[in-house]
Design a protein around this ligand. Structure first.
Ligand SMILES: Nc1nc2c(ncn2[C@@H]2O[C@H](COP(=O)(O)OP(=O)(O)OP(=O)(O)O)[C@@H](O)[C@H]2O)c(=O)[nH]1
Ligand SMILES: [Mg+2]
Length: 336
């Protein structure tokens, strides 16, 4: 199941109580105050996790509670800090306060961490309150309470490039050859059920992020197949890449596939039809004499010819040229 939404309760830990205690030792009456401080309560921290692509675990464990700080003890021993609650989330997750609707944070990069609820401060032990006139204070601070609120986690996959294609076109195969992503690949439709994100390494330490989403079929906008709700995951991408199976074994002729994809994107709207795009004609290894791809290419209007790339994820033919072109499209988009 792919879950891109979870209602949770966030609670940071309470600070531990400061301690009232006096030093005791044989033959040393009236030892001074030695009550230790309470430990601070644990924080609730969101952290972006590479390779995670669903919020499903928070449907089952919605209570994101950090631990309370331990109380202080005698002999100046401080209480332990409460354990933080580290909440791993997929990149592209936002956290919203349910009551106010305020967006508290957005995790974009893997490894980014944001403290969303700070633990209460531990109380000071009585050792801090001794004064020349009051050498035996019987007072220590209580710990401060943590914070608690209801919130919503919501995921929208973040990527530069969104792969759009019919089932079996080879979208997952493409992301697996250009990045370290390891999606499931198989020769039956709807192999991909959850969006998968892969990072493509370019020269000079630059990267671009690609999102593989489930296949779209004709009528998806009316709910056929897995529907088009997954297109919302490419809403935030800058460029779309239509992946089209041009092999003689394709279930749908490539020119029809291209039209279907365009129609479904139009029905979905949300800015997708206006996005720049490229077309990857995949599985050229199954078209050795180039008849299929030439025929498809003849159907492509002249003004789209420069967007047309022939690739094979099996032999890697044309992959480097495609990556270079995607990089350029992103670059041009940035400058415009
Ligand atoms: N010969 C050949 N087979 C390919 C190529 N690319 C993908 N395939 C095969 O096509 C089938 C479908 O590949 P996937 O990558 O799972 O396709 P998909 O578009 O992700 O499919 P869904 O997730 O179902 O939408 C698999 O059996 C792949 O091995 C290619 O370039 N050449
Ligand atoms: Mg797939």
């Amino acid at each position: 199941m792919f879950v891109d939404y979870a209602s949770v309760v966030i609670k940071s830990g309470n600070g531990g109580q400061g301690c009232v205690s006096f030093h005791r030792e044989k033959f040393k009456p009236n030892g001074g105050p030695d009550g230790g401080d309470g430990g601070n309560g644990g924080d609730v921290i969101l952290i972006g996790e590479l390779g995670m692509n669903s919020l499903v675990r928070y449907r089952y464990t919605p209570r994101l509670f950090a631990k309370n700080g331990q109380p202080g003890m005698g002999s100046n021993r401080s209480g332990k800090k409460g354990k933080d609650m580290v909440v791993k989330v997929p990149c592209g997750t936002i956290l919203r306060n349910t009551e106010t609707g305020e967006i508290l944070c957005e995790i974009i990069e893997p490894g980014t961490s944001v403290t969303v609820a700070r633990g209460g401060k531990g109380g000071k032990g009585n050792q801090h309150f001794a004064t020349p006139t009051k050498q035996a204070p019987r007072y220590a601070q209580p710990g401060l309470p943590g914070v608690e609120f209801k919130a919503e986690l919501e995921l929208k996959v973040m990527a530069d490039i969104g792969l759009v294609g019919l089932p079996n076109a080879g979208k997952s195969s493409l992301i697996s050859v250009v990045s370290h992503a390891t999606p499931k690949i198989a020769g039956y439709p709807f192999t991909t059920l959850n969006p998968v994100v892969g990072v493509i390494e370019l020269s000079e330490f630059r990267t671009m992020v690609m999102a593989d989403i489930p296949g779209i079929i004709e009528g998806a906008s009316e709910g056929k197949g897995l529907g088009i709700q997954f297109l919302k995951h490419v809403e935030r991408t800058k460029t779309l890449l239509f992946v089209i199976d041009i092999s003689p074994y394709a279930d749908t002729p490539p020119e029809n596939a291209f039209e279907i994809l365009h129609r479904e994107i139009e029905s979905f709207g949300h800015g997708l039809p206006e996005k720049p795009f490229l077309i990857a004609a995949n599985k050229t290894d199954l078209d050795p004499d180039a008849t299929c791809r030439d025929e498809f290419s003849n159907h492509i209007p002249d003004n789209l010819k420069e967007k047309f790339f022939q690739i094979s994820t099996a032999t890697r033919e044309g992959i480097d040229q495609l990556i270079t072109a995607l990089d350029k499209t992103l670059h041009d988009d940035l400058q415009s």
